[in-house]
Design a protein. Sequence first.
Length: 223
Amino acid sequence: MSLYTTQDEKKKAAAEAALKHLPRGGILGVGTGSTVNFLIDLLPQLQLEAAVASSTATAERLQKLGIEVIDMNHVGGLDAYVDGADEIDRHMHMIKGGGAALTREKIVASIAKKFVCIVDDSKWVGQLGREFPLPVEVIPMARSAVARKLVALGGDPVYREGVVTDNGNVILDVFNLNILDALEIEKTINNIPGVVTNGIFALNKADIAIVATDNGIEERIAE
């Protein structure tokens, strides 16, 4: 029998368990998504100096709690970045971008000493991309050209209609891409002209995953 009756209970449990891995005081990088929203509600406990947000939605939620949000250009680095994932594997490689905030998430993660990923066990997978499509943020004029390149790589890109990122770009969700070497595919797609970035987080992988399972919280690191 599961300790939790809903997915939201799992997400909240993962958020609570992550607190001990985050610095008290100082400046924290904060991601975007439903699991992170549970964490944000707990952040006043850490008495942060400020936060760097990966999206407008996260910034607004932080500010409502009285947490100062500062521009990343004003900090040299972060002790930690905390975020969820759409998928994560045993190497701590992730797919992110279901909320269309992948570019800013990747930028903020890149200056953090530690990446703490909080998920429920539905996000833990054997291979990335089999269930969840890979989001790719694309400059609008290049949408069709990038889509053709992604088809050549073996994927089936679908334009995410009605979605504009905080950066003013569009999202292509790539289905059926065989992601055997996440590092290599991340680099290959990022090198396509017109791509801002893609949702594979292998170069900026998680350092620890806080995973809420039916039996409780598990802390996992890369194998």
